[in-house]
Design a protein around this ligand. Structure first.
Ligand code: MG
Length: 406
């Protein structure tokens, strides 16, 4: 299994008292700040080399002060230029000697550094792909939190990871759960992956209930606090669809062997059913720092005083089927995955643009699925796309959606 290989940081090159060097793409977002929380709790284990933000230079400055990275990237160019002014007039030593970059090249600059052991990919969207591929070329371990990387280019990314012997350790709670259930197991003995879903804010609703629903309702997630894009994806169940696609690539299972279980308590983070009928589940209180810490310390499990699960208090764990009529995005994701090739690339790009439009009140809830379907049907399908094909098609899809949605 590719995930278990190349544990260079713990097996070969390092002794226990050497710190792991970490860079985080997207350090000011939800996963990024929680990754830094884990690092803050374990200063003897980790050192931060690079961090990045889109525009949140205020928080980035605080993070620079605390974690003393050697390089940062501010993706947004105007924010980068403003930041340079601050840096150039500063007397702070840590700030003066800092390397500062911008744009996609800046993310690549952070990712491709040969000195890092782990790259946490916590940026949102397609921009995570190219930097991740660059890190893979150095056999750097990827703590994967950016969903779009595997959704848009799963076949290519897994091929590259194998070629360069780079580990991909999942950060997302469901994939971390599956990863933990598979510890010491043989992947060929997987019968089914039972992927849990909270069901999002609209669980139990009908199509009629949701036709006119607005972003304010969609942004109220019951169990997890996350960024806006992923919260909307949770409300359409596209988030689960993207996770199904990721699970296929990470664990090498057939789409038909991934079964979504809506589990509103979010206590079971996912399960694996094996060929002898055994089901192993991973459970815990919903706290993203748990899977983040596991990804950063893997294959070790280190102590933490995160909240303990009290099953007596929870009393009931329930499971139900996902309703693909009410949540057509989930069905679209399964169909795209089964059809393969470039369908998932288009699904992902169309979804990104459409979620943005929904957040701007330009389109309705069901327009997201409607236009994704149209984009997939309208694109020039490629069975085995290379990076160039994927990047071109991503751009084509964004243009297509912008022209088609009026
Ligand atoms: Mg998840």
């Amino acid at each position: 299994m590719i995930l278990n290989k190349n544990l260079k940081s713990l097996n070969e090159n390092e002794t226990l008292n050497t710190k792991k060097i970490i860079s985080i793409l997207g350090s000011t977002g939800s996963i990024g700040t929680q990754s830094l929380d884990v690092i803050r709790l374990n200063p003897e284990l980790f050192e931060v080399e690079g961090i990045t933000t889109n525009k949140n230079t205020k928080l980035l400055l605080e993070q620079i002060k605390e974690f003393k990275p050697r390089k940062v990237t501010i993706f947004d160019e105007d924010s980068y230029l403003d930041f340079l002014k601050i840096k150039n007039t500063s007397l702070d030593k840590d700030l003066v000697k800092l390397d500062v970059y911008t744009g996609l090249d800046g993310l690549v600059e952070i990712a491709k550094s040969k000195s890092i052991d782990i790259l946490v990919t916590a940026v949102v969207g397609m921009i995570g792909l190219v930097p991740t591929l660059e890190a893979i070329k150095n056999s750097t371990t990827i703590a994967l939190a950016n969903k779009e990387t595997l959704v848009t280019a799963g076949s290519l990314v897994m091929k590259e990871a194998k070629k360069y012997n780079a580990s991909i350790v999942p950060v997302d709670s469901e994939h971390s759960a599956i990863f933990q259930c598979l510890n010491g197991e043989d992947n060929s003995k997987i019968d089914k992956i039972l992927l849990t879903a909270s069901g999002g804010p609209f669980r139990g609703k009908s199509k009629e209930d949701l036709i006119n629903v607005k972003k304010e309702a969609a942004l109220k997630h019951p169990n997890w606090t996350m960024g806006q894009k992923i919260t909307i994806d949770s409300s359409t169940l596209m988030n689960k669809g993207l996770e199904v696609i990721e699970a296929k690539w990470l664990f090498g299972v057939d789409p038909d062997d991934i079964v979504v279980h809506v589990h509103p308590q979010s206590i079971v983070h996912s399960m694996v059913q094996f060929s002898d009928s055994t089901v192993i589940a991973q459970m815990g209180c919903p706290d993203m720092r748990v899977p983040i810490q596991y990804a950063l310390t893997y294959p070790e499990r280190i102590d933490a005083d995160f909240e303990r699960l009290n099953l007596f208090e929870i009393a009931n764990l329930s499971f139900e089927k996902a309703n693909m009529e009410v949540f057509p995005c989930l069905k679209l994701a399964f169909d795209a995955l089964k059809h393969g090739g470039t369908d998932c690339t288009v699904l992902n790009a169309a979804n990104e643009v459409l979620v943005g439009k929904f957040l701007n009140d330009e389109i309705g809830f069901y327009d997201i699925a409607k236009y994704i379907d149209i984009a997939i049907k309208s694109h020039d399908y490629i069975e085995e796309p290379n990076l160039e094909d994927i990047l071109k098609l991503d751009e084509w899809t964004r243009d297509f959606i912008n022209k088609t949605v009026k």
